[in-house]
Design a protein around this ligand. Structure first.
Ligand code: TRP
Length: 336
């Protein structure tokens, strides 16, 4: 049964996240926390982008587990199925279908210029598959099916959003007004969280050093231990500065979690030294993540209830997706 969501006059937002491995504190503070907040102001559609994951080889049982856990984690974070549409990308076949259509309106040359493709094909030189190449077209389909006004994306996905806009404009120029051309949404708050071991690099779950990153589902002890070991500098002053990337990163994290400004944080820890500061950051992060972890464990334990939610989400999403897809097909000249 589908609930009606109150959408009157609200701008539409769409975003997706890949179910590849553990989500980190970086994903949380950089993006997912905003996804939760945006539900009040916008009509939001969020998907677990599982089709995107197989552009690199995945182990089947592991992939399946990660799709479940990513969906459950979105709910645990506070994505509310009464307010937003949440679903699993592969459950709505129009994503793959529209992707084919759009690929015929995308130039080989423009895909070849995508920096993520260049990086990933260098990293996985033994598996430079056509899906990896066409990945931004699938992402364009994800977006354009739902006619969003805004798409929250991180810096690494901006080029892909640009392509989605180009494809939409090109298609509309030929066939009239079919797709909405979305804008990138850069939230007012949104922290760029760096590695705890090498603050010149972004926090990443693929970092081999597990002390470099915090998973949203890490235990309190692990979180505190990782913050205690965070790389800082030989000074002892808690101050935001380009010369102090480790401490600046910790200030950013602490601000994002507590809502305090950097100046307030500097004042709070004036003269207190790094030990006390690191512990405070660890505790603040652990306290913020603890209820999420608790909710996650409840949600993931009830597979039946979880299934009902993702089926309902897909049904609701497909209603919207189908309309856009058929409109595009009709314009191109297919017999419907
Ligand atoms: N490619 C995005 C990433 O890896 C995930 C994604 C897939 C996405 N489809 C999208 C993001 C549509 C925004 C909109 O982060």
């Amino acid at each position: 049964m589908c609930q009606n969501i109150e959408t009157d006059g609200k701008k539409k937002v769409l975003s997706c996240i890949q179910p590849s491995g553990m989500l980190t504190l970086g994903n949380y503070l950089g993006a997912l926390k905003n996804w939760v907040g945006m539900q009040e102001e916008f009509d939001c559609t969020y998907a677990v982008a599982d089709l995107h994951s197989i552009t690199v080889r995945q182990e089947p049982a592991k992939l399946r587990g990660q799709i479940y856990s990513t969906f459950a984690l979105l709910l645990a974070l506070g994505i509310d199925t009464q307010k937003s549409t949440v679903f699993i990308q592969s459950h709505v076949p129009e994503h793959a279908q529209l992707s084919w259509l759009l690929s015929c309106y995308t130039q080989f040359g423009e895909m070849s210029r995508m920096t993520q493709f260049k990086d990933k094909s260098a990293k996985h030189a033994d598996n430079v598959n056509v899906g990896l190449f066409a990945y931004p077209v699938l992402m364009a389909a994800d977006i354009l099916l739902y006619k969003p006004d805004l798409v929250p994306v991180g810096a690494d996905q901006k080029q892909h959003l640009e392509i989605a806009r180009d494809i939409a404009l090109r298609f509309n120029r030929i066939y009239g007004d079919v797709f909405t051309v979305p804008e990138a949404y850069i939230p007012k708050t949104g922290a760029r969280v760096m590695s705890l071991q090498d603050p010149s690099r972004k926090m990443s779950k693929s970092d081999e050093n597990i002390n470099a990153w915090v998973a949203i589902l890490d235990s309190k002890d692990d979180i505190i231990r990782k913050f205690k070991r965070a790389v800082t500098d030989s000074d002892s002053c808690v101050r935001m500065s380009d010369e102090k990337p480790g401490i600046s990163n910790l200030i950013t994290i602490y601000s994002a979690v507590t809502g305090k400004t950097a100046a307030e944080v500097e004042r709070e820890f004036d003269g207190k030294g790094y030990g006390a500061f690191k512990l405070a950051v660890g505790e603040a992060v652990a306290d913020e993540l603890a209820p999420i972890k608790r909710r996650y464990e409840e949600i993931i334990a009830d597979k039946k209830a979880l299934e009902a939610l993702y089926r309902e989400g897909a049904e609701r999403a497909e209603k919207v997706a189908r309309k856009t897809y058929f409109k595009a097909m009709k314009k191109v000249g297919f017999v419907l």
